[in-house]
Design a binder for this molecule. Structure first.
Ligand SMILES: [Zn+2]
Length: 389
């Protein structure tokens, strides 16, 4: 019976193919930045209403967040399928979130057709601003995930890997205030804030040899003074600090602060060290849920890439995975030579391979939801793995 429901779900995705391709193409053609995804969220909200969902657009105090609930609810697990739809400045949908949105819509609309025969509750969650705004973090804080049992989404990539993690990330702003003086006439009267920023970089570069593999500290100087003949009174830098473990990220943050304090001491400049912007936790992919997803991918004939050392980014799905069992699988849409956040990746996100991966992801997520609702052993394993890890 379970196999039969899965077949019907897949047939439903096939029937929606043209519509789903159109949704992903229109979001791709109109890239909207974090928290401004008005067109994308409206398209998704209207398609979800058409599929019978009760839709709240503007959820969790974010204009472009969506909570859509399928009205057929019975005792059982609440499964949330997540869609992202924000783009990047200048390079558009270079992270392929148009495909993520269409796949989540496809999975939910397909499940809608069979939901009356299944237990539990089905949610589509439209999560804004993955690129630096942390829409999911805001939704967690608003309690959106309080009664969610399972969360899943898919992400396009240059490889098909289900259980790759993500790095915890914090953004830090470092500002130094010194004292201006004529850089040639009276340099001894000045305190050079730019030197303090440069000493901070030097300290971090010395630290780099002694940090764990895979951790990342990378920054830019966004203010380095006004003119060469004025000792810089103010200088600032922005850093991202990332690590596979949230606790190690916090340890690195302390070390980064000490590098900046040392630079302040050495130069006499005054330091302001502030975590700002987004801070995401590391992804804790649920192994049992991931295995179910892999079995469905295999059924669909999607080849998996060999596991190996893969570099990782960061995502607010990491925060979700810390509060509920979750997966964030990657499906291949381009060659390994294409970098994420590049113009080539933006092109891949509207390519035939991209659209095909979106349809496979919609099917695999819907099939995995059917597994979760109909296989009590799997549901128990997912909960056990979540509690243990
Ligand atoms: Zn992304």
């Amino acid at each position: 019976m379970m196999g039969e429901i899965k077949d019907r779900v897949c047939e439903h995705v096939d029937r929606m193919e043209t519509a789903l391709r159109e949704v992903s193409a229109s979001i791709h053609a109109n890239p909207e930045l974090k928290f401004e995804e008005r067109m994308a969220s409206e398209i998704l909200a209207s398609r979800l209403r058409d599929a019978g969902f009760e839709v709240a657009l503007g959820a969790a105090n974010m204009e472009t967040a969506i909570i859509a609930e399928h009205p057929s609810v019975s005792p059982g697990l609440t499964v949330a399928i997540l869609g992202e739809y924000d783009a990047l400045p200048e390079i558009g949908h270079a992270c392929g979130h148009n495909l993520i949105a269409a796949a989540a819509l496809g999975a939910c609309a397909a499940l809608s057709a069979v939901k009356a025969e299944l237990p539990g509750k089905l949610l589509f969650l439209g999560t804004p601003a993955e690129e630096g705004g942390g829409g999911k973090v805001i939704m967690i804080e608003a309690g959106v995930f309080d009664d969610v049992d399972i969360a899943m989404m898919f992400h396009p990539a240059s490889h098909t890997i289900v259980d790759r993690g993500s790095l915890a990330i914090t953004e830090v702003r470092i500002e130094f205030t010194g004292k201006p003086a004529h850089a040639s006439g009276s340099p001894e009267k000045g305190i050079n804030a730019l030197d303090a920023v440069i000493q901070t970089f030097n300290g971090i570069n010395a630290l780099r040899q002694h940090i764990e593999d895979g951790a990342r500290i990378h920054g830019i100087i966004d203010n380095g003074g006004a003119k060469p003949n004025i000792v810089p009174e103010f200088a600032s830098a922005v850093f991202y600090v990332r690590a596979a473990e949230t606790a190690y990220r916090d340890e690195l943050l302390d070390k980064l602060e000490r590098c900046a304090q040392g630079a302040a001491l050495a130069t006499g400049a005054t330091l302001s060290f502030q975590p700002v912007g987004h801070s995401y936790k590391a992804m804790k992919p649920n192994r049992a849920l991931g295995e179910a997803f892999v079995r469905n991918l295999v059924t669909l004939g999607e080849p998996l890439c060999p596991p190996g050392d893969r570099s990782m980014g960061s995502t607010d799905m990491g925060d979700v995975s810390q509060v509920v069992p979750a997966i964030h699988p990657y499906l291949r849409i381009c060659g390994e030579d294409v970098a994420g956040h590049s113009r080539e990746f933006a092109a891949a996100s509207i390519s035939e391979a991209g659209q095909k991966a979106m349809l496979v992801a919609a099917k695999a997520m819907a099939m995995t939801a059917v597994d979760v609702w109909t296989d009590a052993d799997l549901a128990a394993r997912i909960a056990r793995v979540f509690a243990e890890e």
